[in-house]
Design a protein around this ligand. Structure first.
Ligand code: PAF
Length: 281
């Protein structure tokens, strides 16, 4: 595995590989790899000649009061994991390498951002879309892999790829969970032991809503109330949102039908967890 820190070197390698006709699977991450990331890498490994993993904690997508400085980082551990998953190139640029000057251009996302995480994180998806655009231009992948846990991010990137005509296939991969149902996340390590015990209630509440839907419930308000009540009764977490939208358009729906997402975000002290369920009926 080659570790590359310079944008120019990364582009030069990829151009060489493309001349040789190799397909490139790309997994963009902010590091502190967990099983969710490893699943994305495994999918990329199966479907492409070469795999590029990027590790870059992108300051542009963190708000002023968010956890950019405390976001967990462990490069040596990540490097070993990437190597064991047979990653070919690990792209690991410094902030100055990605943003050498105050940016004169940024990508602004027009739709699908004023709800869910976008609502409470103004500018977050502009930061994501900007860095992903740069990474796509640096890595020039054939396929790019994203986890469905960040379902709003997947919806936004779908728009980016289609509206800006990137010749890239987007692959959305299912959520990977702990044995107790908690969605894997780099932030889980920051939960206190008591909060870690309570956190699986988030997924349990989504499963309860799914069961209600299977039993015929179609009213969005009743379904979100059911989830909220479970979270309030069984955790000390502070609910940021529990919402139901059409997917991937992210439009509000009173009566659920077709493809939709039930999404939630709950804050346990300084750790904000998200989870979702995408269903078709
Ligand atoms: O999902 C993430 O880890 C980040 O938002 C991404 C896509 C790597 C962009 O910084």
């Amino acid at each position: 595995m080659k570790v590359i820190t310079s944008v120019k070197d990364m582009q030069a390698e990829i151009i060489q590989q493309k001349i040789l006709g190799k397909s490139i699977g790309f997994v963009p991450t902010m590091g502190f790899l967990h099983e969710g990331h490893l699943t994305l890498i495994k999918n990329a490994r199966k479907e492409n000649d070469l795999v590029v993993l990027s590790i870059f904690v992108n300051p542009l997508q963190f708000g002023p009061k968010e956890d950019f400085s405390t976001y967990p980082r462990d490069f040596e551990r990540d490097r070993a994991l990437a190597e064991s998953e047979q990653v070919d190139y690990l792209f690991y640029p410094a902030v100055d390498e990605m943003y050498p000057n105050v940016p004169s251009i940024k990508v602004t996302v027009q739709e699908r951002t004023d709800v869910l995480c976008g609502k409470s994180r103004p500018g977050h998806f502009d930061g994501v879309a900007t860095v992903v655009t740069k990474l796509f231009n640096i890595v020039m992948p054939t396929r790019a892999y994203f986890g469905k846990k960040d379902a709003q991010q997947v919806a936004v990137i779908e728009g980016l790829v289609s509206d800006l005509n990137f010749p890239i296939q987007l692959v959305a991969v299912d959520i990977v969970r702990e044995k107790d149902g908690l969605a894997k996340s780099s932030r889980n390590v920051n939960l206190s032991s008591e909060d870690r015990k309570q956190a699986p209630v988030l997924y349990k509440s989504l499963c309860a809503a799914k069961k209600a839907i299977e039993n015929g419930e179609r009213d969005s308000v009743k379904l979100t109330s059911l989830i909220q009540e479970m979270i309030i009764a069984q955790t000390s977490g502070e609910i940021d949102y529990v919402e139901i939208f059409s997917y991937p358009q992210l439009q509000p729906i009173e009566k659920i039908e077709g493809r939709f997402i039930i999404a939630l975000a709950v804050k346990f002290k300084n750790v904000r967890l998200i989870d979702n369920l995408i269903m078709d009926i």
